[in-house]
Design a binder for this molecule. Structure first.
Ligand SMILES: C[S@@+](CC[C@H](N)C(=O)[O-])C[C@H]1O[C@@H](n2cnc3c(N)ncnc32)[C@H](O)[C@@H]1O
Length: 347
């Protein structure tokens, strides 16, 4: 079983369902870009001749979590594809949506919050498993979407777990060169699998956290220093902080371009770095950033430090977001969200 760190399930205060506002904003920012790319680049005439088996257009959302964002993204894509079919071919296909996530994802919450059948213009299916491996048959998908998911590494770089290695991450919880290498390996596997599953002319949309040019990972630095504060007060040990690492990596546009070119099966039709925070009320940024990180990271933190310190960690983090709000805002100005629209080409 690959390592997995599910978002908080259910619908309580710290659930992902109630705290995925950033991703929702991200999806809204990406919407017009995806709509335009569907109008300009999706080859529906090619699909309509041979590959649209049983008149069904197949879409997958990889790393869908528990909703509701996945439902909005799928609805947006379907509306844009439908319009294109209607205007070019005068008919619309059936839509099949595959919701993918790790087996440990709370699929019950996902399925029980699906839009009602009267509003849902698609057939829904769950696909459990890691998107770093194959999930679908050859050339069976027309459109693949993945938002805020491929920055999760398949595992921590091994060097990081060895106290004698130079990569041992003393006092920090996230960044080190070993992460870049692990991300490159994971993304190569991800793109290899998708190149087999997406038919020629099909699309792959990736929305992910990114960094412009070596901008420090400020929220993670603040989280790291919250742990160090607790260690100084002996609520946790320094050794525990040293051996804790987050399996996340935010790649730059340059790194992504290189990985896509190395794979060779996709052309980049659109690529944009957006400033997500320009659309979020700065008064509430600290609070919502903290709630969001808790919904995403509580599971992995509790696994390492136990549940007793969890409220205190996030209370300290919130206080730090207030103390360093200017620094946070300026570090995000250059843009921290990358949207990539790729098209599957013949190699
Ligand atoms: C932050 S959530 C994003 C959810 C949703 N796409 C959104 O934009 O709101 C990231 C999701 O990616 C999933 N994920 C991470 N690595 C994965 C992998 N290798 N295979 C499948 N899902 C993965 C996590 O389990 C989690 O549910």
């Amino acid at each position: 079983m690959p390592e997995s760190y599910p978002m908080n399930g259910g619908d309580s205060t710290y659930s992902y369902t109630k705290n995925s506002y950033f991703q929702k904003t991200a999806i809204n920012i990406a919407k017009s870009m995806i709509d335009e790319a569907i109008v300009d680049y999706l080859d529906i005439k090619e699909f309509s001749s041979e590959s649209l088996n049983n008149n069904t257009f197949c879409i997958a959302d990889l790393g869908c979590s528990v909703g509701p964002n996945t439902f909005n993204s799928m609805q947006n894509i379907i509306e844009a594809v439908q319009q294109k079919y209607q205007s070019q071919l005068g008919q619309i296909p059936d839509f099949q949506i595959f919701f993918n996530d790790h087996v440990s994802n709370d699929f019950n919450t996902l399925f029980s919050s699906l839009p009602p059948e009267t509003e849902r213009r698609y057939f829904a299916a769950g696909v459990p498993g890691s998107f770093h491996d194959r999930l679908f048959p050859n050339s069976s998908l027309h459109f693949v979407h993945s938002s805020y998911a491929i920055h999760w590494l398949s595992k921590l770089p091994e060097e990081l777990l060895d106290e004698n290695s130079p990569a041992w991450n003393r006092g920090r919880i996230q960044y080190c060169k070993a992460y870049a290498a692990q991300f490159a390996k994971d993304t190569a596997r991800f793109l290899d699998a998708r190149a087999k599953e997406i038919m020629v002319g099909g699309m792959l949309v990736l929305i992910m956290p990114s960094i412009p040019n070596n901008v420090p990972h400020s929220m993670f630095d603040l989280l790291g220093s919250s742990f160090m504060d607790l260690a100084k007060e002996e609520l946790i040990s320094e050794a525990q902080v040293d051996s804790f690492n987050l399996p996340l990596y935010a790649a730059s546009p340059k790194e992504m371009t290189e990985l896509i070119n190395q794979n060779g099966f996709f052309s980049i039709v659109r690529m944009e770095l957006n400033n997500l925070f320009s659309c979020i009320d700065s008064q509430t940024t600290g609070k919502s950033c903290t709630m969001h990180l808790r919904a995403a990271l509580e599971g992995i933190i509790v696994k390492h430090f136990g549940s007793k310190v969890i409220d205190e960690v996030f209370h300290r983090l919130y206080e730090k977001t207030q103390e360093f709000s200017e620094r946070l805002e300026s570090s995000y100005k250059e843009g921290t969200q990358l949207v990539l629209v790729l098209k599957r080409k013949l190699k």
